[in-house]
Design a protein around this ligand. Structure first.
Ligand code: EPU
Length: 438
């Protein structure tokens, strides 16, 4: 596949597109199928590269995966789960962060797991210390080797009491996928409570798990001896929906996103309104549009749910380059998520990044030499440029900037965008964008 996209920008994006299941839920629900004694069916699955990577990993472990890509349905049969060859697993090194979540289910099924070096977006260090600590607390033995990490369960994993130093999404999922079949009760405090995690809990409950979620970030799990398969329809991708919303704002357009849902996007919608965008919640989606006139500068801080998602930040920053005045954005989830602004500056945006915590409360990255605050001054016209996609969300933001800019931009490395945005070129075509693969 060609990795180059020519974007002739400067015209508003108008039309209707559909988003399917959330990338950051679907992959975890696929892993959960490993815990069942019977087959599972997952619906509303998007055709994105991350789903392909997890399918490959499941198949290596003996899970039969049958996909109906048009319908978006996956049948996952874990009846014959087996150990995979280290070399085969290692072929997936660097392709995604999901392999780390195979640990709990594999330890229950096989007593051991091997995790290759992880991939994912380069938006910070992205350590896995919380994950390994959790596995150790359940009684697993972790052995770091040159190629990756070997993990063993010398006996049945034991329920435990854990407190997370930060409400990590992945670590909370690690704990859930491990605790449901561990012996006894597990209590997690400081848990992440993102809607994707709630949907994973719904899946696990369908499988037979006993999980309660308190209002104070405490999750309790009573381990059970066996779990069944599940049937589930994935929640919609609120990151993709917000990305298209930001694209409507940045290009002065009008985009209806079918599959977008209000409850999971309330925080985004509030911010969208404050910036000056308008939206209309419909029966089966949300219409995002630029009503004309000036956009407003805002002060914004990213945070864990129910705060403003870090993954919404990058696309919205492009729209903020078109807002009147100084916007301040404080990124508190990842220490290094402003690298994408270099390319925006090259296109004419006025954005300065700072090591200080600007705009709100001090965060854990203050005084630590991370450029994690940004001041965006607008409005500035954007001009076409030659851009290299740095990561998934940053890449989509570059694409939005290119669509807003007059002239023809060349966007390289768009394969990265396929990781999380289903059929994005078809969607751009449907919205009237002038784009072609190089
Ligand atoms: N962290 C640690 N140690 C750990 C785990 C996390 O220090 O062992 C830190 C991270 O470095 C980060 C913070 O905790 O600073 C939060 O990371 P988290 O674990 O919540 O992130 P994740 O589970 O690795 C998922 C999504 C990300 C999304 C974040 C936050 C998936 C596959 N990825 O990552 O999505 O940004 O939660 O909501 O679910 C994306 O879709 O583009 C993306 C990066």
């Amino acid at each position: 596949m060609n990795d180059l996209l020519y974007v002739n920008g400067g015209t508003p994006l108008n039309g209707t597109i559909t988003v399917r299941g959330a990338k950051n839920f679907v992959s975890k629900a696929m892993v959960a199928s490993l815990l069942g004694e019977g087959p599972s069916v997952l619906r509303n699955v998007p055709q994105i590269r991350d789903v392909g990577v997890v399918t490959g990993l499941l198949e290596l472990h003996g899970v039969k995966v049958v996909a109906d890509e048009v319908a978006g349905t996956l049948h996952l049969d874990p009846t014959d789960v087996e150990s995979a060859h280290v070399a085969d697993i290692d072929a997936h090194a660097g392709s995604s962060r999901i392999p780390i979540l195979f640990c709990g289910p594999l330890l229950h099924r096989l007593g051991e797991a091997f995790i290759p070096d992880l991939g994912g977006c380069r938006i910070g260090d992205r350590p896995i210390n919380y994950h390994l600590d959790i596995l150790r607390q359940f009684g697993a033995v972790v052995d770091k080797r040159e190629q990756g990490i070997h993990i063993r369960a010398p006996r049945r994993l034991q329920g435990t009491k854990i407190s997370l130093p930060y409400p990590s999404v992945g670590a909370t999922e690690q704990l859930l996928l491990t605790a449901v079949r561990a012996e006894g009760i597990t209590e997690l405090s400081g848990a992440a409570i993102e809607p994707e995690i709630m949907d994973l809990i719904a899946v696990l409950q369908k499988m037979g798990a006993i999980i309660s979620v308190d209002t104070d970030r405490v999750i309790r799990i009573e381990g059970v001896d066996k779990l069944m398969g599940y049937q589930h329809t994935a929640l919609g991708d609120r990151i993709e929906a917000a990305s298209w919303g930001s694209a409507a704002l940045a290009t002065g357009g009008d985009i209806t996103v079918k599959g977008a849902t209000q409850p999971e996007m309330m925080t985004f919608l509030n911010t969208f309104r404050k910036v000056g965008g308008e939206f209309e919640v419909q029966e089966d989606g949300i219409r995002f549009y630029h009503p004309g006139g000036d956009l407003n500068a805002i002060v914004l801080e990213t945070a864990v749910h129910p705060g403003f998602m870090t993954d919404w930040q990058q696309p919205l920053v492009v729209a903020l380059t078109q807002a009147k005045g100084l916007s301040i954005v404080h990124e508190t989830v990842y220490e290094n998520r402003f690298g994408f602004t270099d390319a925006l500056r090259g296109m004419g945006a006025t954005i300065q990044v700072y090591k200080e915590c600007l705009g709100g409360l001090p965060c854990r990255f203050g005084q630590r030499n991370f450029h994690h605050s940004a001041v965006v001054s607008g409005p500035t016209p954007l001009s076409a440029a030659d851009i290299e996609v740095p990561d998934l969300r940053g890449g989509f933001s570059h694409l939005i900037a290119a669509l807003a800019a007059k002239g023809t931009s060349t966007v390289r490395g768009i394969g990265l965008i396929d990781r999380g945005y289903e059929y994005f070129q078809d969607k751009l075509d449907a919205l009237g964008a002038d784009v072609s693969r190089g």
